[in-house]
Ligand binder design. Structure first.
Ligand code: DGL
Length: 265
């Protein structure tokens, strides 16, 4: 028997595509629903209590609406703040996206790691704990930025920004104490891998960028290993929790990720 239930991904915008890409590669038969909480954007500037209330309620509603088999919180900010309340509220398996500090510590030679995330993510004790548990012998330098979120949103709408905009963000890391020794940067917001090429160019020296996409795809594959998928690929579905902006501006960008059907809630 086929099982048509989709994998549901939630982010505030296009960031979740950096998680969707690896999932589609690993599980090409999996039906996908990609939810964009544009009305809640940006999570990185919301309070802990706002997100702890909003994310479980919204994800619960969406999971029921689409009959999801599994949900991925394709957002670092929502995951580090609201993973526990989401798991408590929903009966399906939940995969979170947390800063990839462990893989970064595994490859850094200089033992100085940068973490770029939203302001909401980089201030979390969750990040202190990851640093203590997996990067105790590294200096971990953090910077919270909303600018990269906007740059990624604009890029997916076909709007190109000058490389200086990316350089300004990196300078905020490199100018901190020991920042000139950073050889590895954790992209701890799902929007940021979408502008990795621009960051690499702006860095002006070799930097390894690390994020969680591939690991999350493997986790989803593991959790669904004994499940069935539809025999023929199903077109991906984008659901906009709308802020009133025109979803059509995103159509070319989202279609590249197999999202062909658009719906507004
Ligand atoms: N993509 C989200 C994350 O991974 C943040 C974007 C936002 O601030 O809404 O943290």
């Amino acid at each position: 028997m086929e099982d048509a239930r989709p994998i549901l991904l939630l982010d505030t915008g296009v960031g979740g595509l950096s998680i969707l890409g690896p999932i589609r590669k690993l599980l090409p038969q999996a039906p996908i629903v990609f939810a964009l909480d544009q009305a809640g954007f940006p999570y990185g500037q919301r309070t802990e209590s706002e997100l702890s209330a909003r994310v479980p309620a919204l994800l619960g509603r969406l999971a029921e609406h689409v009959d999801a088999r599994l949900a991925v919180i394709a957002c670092n900010t929502a995951s580090v703040i609201a993973l526990d309340p989401v798991r408590a509220a929903l009966a399906i398996p939940i995969v979170g996206t947390v800063p990839a500090i462990k893989p970064a510590a595994a490859i850094s030679k200089s033992r100085v790691i940068g973490v770029l995330g939203t302001a909401g993510t980089v201030r979390q004790p969750y990040v202190d704990n990851l640093s203590r548990d997996f990067a105790a012998d590294c200096t971990v330098i953090r910077f919270g930025t909303h600018d990269l979120v906007e740059l990624a949103e604009n890029k997916l709408r076909g709007r190109v920004a000058p490389i200086e905009a990316y350089r300004a963000v990196l300078d905020a890391l490199f100018s901190q104490d020991k920042g000139d020794e950073i050889d590895t940067i954790v992209l701890a917001c799902t929007h940021f891998p979408l502008v990795e090429e621009e960051l690499a160019e702006a860095a002006g020296r070799p930097i390894s960028f690390v994020h969680g996409g591939d690991g999350i795809a493997r986790r989803v594959a593991h959790l669904t290993a004994d499940q069935k998928w539809p025999a023929d690929p199903v077109p991906g579905r984008a659901i906009f929790i709308s802020d009133g902006s025109d979803p059509e501006l995103l159509r070319p960008g989202l279609e590249q990720y197999g999202l062909h059907s658009f719906e507004t809630l």
